[in-house]
Design a protein around this ligand. Structure first.
Ligand SMILES: Nc1ncnc2c1ncn2[C@@H]1O[C@H](COP(=O)(O)OP(=O)(O)OP(=O)(O)O)[C@@H](O)[C@H]1O
Length: 341
């Protein structure tokens, strides 16, 4: 089943091509839309909501054409915009009831749905206080609640973790997962942080310069590598067990690397598994040294690694941007990749 389908979808502004012949099919579940700032994520969402016309190509959301059936789409789809757009002087309850009424719910149902939804996003007593006094995390929750209050089939969440600290970000990602698990609502969530979508999304779409770089399930992105990570104990004879193993493997012609950045770094060695023989060799070497094996496991890719080493090399799409966007774009891409690891 397809929830969102685009076909050669383009959006050109006078100086910038924000979307460049994007063709992608997105199914139910939680889908991450990843790209650097300016990659075209918000532009895509606005076109999918029927709020902004495409320059060429076509798109359907829940089977409705975005060019002609925007109202039908907005009835069935919730939208959490990226920027702060909340009125400071009203309470979360007043605001979300208002949004529910705007979606066509009768007054009693709007109040009931508002209470349920605010509770679901984790706003309790605070919901009666003016939004102006809320923290960024609380405001993001109000924005999420107004996107859910009319019980949509699908929600678009534009950078919902923006401005949140690591704890707030984890809480928001957990909430997003629950939106799908508890209510069966499909989610399209954007982020410029590649790593954070790994645990949250079933599927990831990566765009750059308005073009599709990759669309695949998260498990395909993070599929098992041929890299083995091993960790050993120390002993009286070998107070630095890791070093002893490294040297013994080198003597057998097997090169290792330090598992820099991994849990237990300094004690973790990485090597390429050629097959079952490599496992046997590692076990023998460790046993001969009289050391204990703490763990030996095949590593999985992180999304950010796949992005850095693979798809970014497919070409420079900078030529599709206006002059003043090129430099900015490249720089932010690198920053995003760095944060994502
Ligand atoms: N109304 C507009 N007029 C002209 N250019 C625009 C307009 N809206 C967006 N753009 C440009 O289109 C490109 C894509 O912007 P878009 O906001 O879709 O990116 P994004 O991936 O959502 O990034 P961000 O997270 O920073 O918003 C950018 O170069 C942006 O400057």
């Amino acid at each position: 089943m397809t929830v969102i389908a685009t076909e050669s979808l383009s959006k050109r502004y006078p100086r910038v091509t924000a979307l460049d012949r994007l063709s992608v099919d997105i199914g139910p579940g939680v889908t991450g839309l990843v790209g650097a700032n300016g990659a075209g994520k918000s532009t895509l969402i606005k076109i999918l909501l029927g709020l902004s016309p495409a320059t060429e190509g076509r798109a359907e959301v829940l089977g409705h054409d975005v060019a002609t059936e925007g109202a039908a789409i907005r009835e069935r789809v919730g939208y959490m915009p990226e920027h702060d757009c909340l009125p400071p002087d009203v309470s979360a309850t007043e605001f979300v009831v208002h949004m529910a009424r705007m979606s066509g719910l009768p007054p009693a149902a709007a109040r009931e749905r508002t209470a349920d939804t605010l509770r679901h996003v984790g706003l309790y007593e605070e919901r009666y206080r003016p939004i102006g006094g809320y923290s960024t995390g609380m405001k993001q929750r109000v924005k999420l609640a107004q996107a859910l209050v009319h019980d949509p089939q699908l929600v678009f969440l534009d950078e919902p973790t923006n401005g949140l600290d690591p704890v707030g970000r984890d809480e928001m990602l957990g909430l997003i997962r629950r939106v799908h698990r508890d209510f069966g609502i499909s989610v399209l969530v954007t982020s410029h942080l590649l790593g954070e979508l790994e645990r949250t999304c079933d599927h990831v779409v990566v765009i750059d310069g308005g073009r599709l770089l990759r669309s695949s399930s998260t498990t395909d992105f993070t599929r098992t590598t041929t890299t083995l990570a091993i960790e050993v104990t120390d002993s009286d004879e070998h107070p630095d067990g890791t070093r002893a193993v490294r040297e013994a493997l080198r003597a057998r012609g097997v090169a290792t690397e330090d598992g820099t950045g991994l849990p237990g770094a300094g004690h973790v060695l990485l090597l390429t598994a050629e097959g079952e023989e490599t496992y046997d060799l590692v076990r023998d070497v460790i046993a001969d040294l009289g050391l204990g094996l703490v763990r030996m496991e095949q590593r999985r890719h992180r999304i950010s690694e796949v992005f850095r080493t693979g798809d970014r090399d497919h070409g420079d799409h900078g030529g599709h941007h206006g002059d003043d966007h090129d430099g900015e774009h490249g720089g932010q891409q690198k920053e995003a990749v760095g944060h994502g690891g």
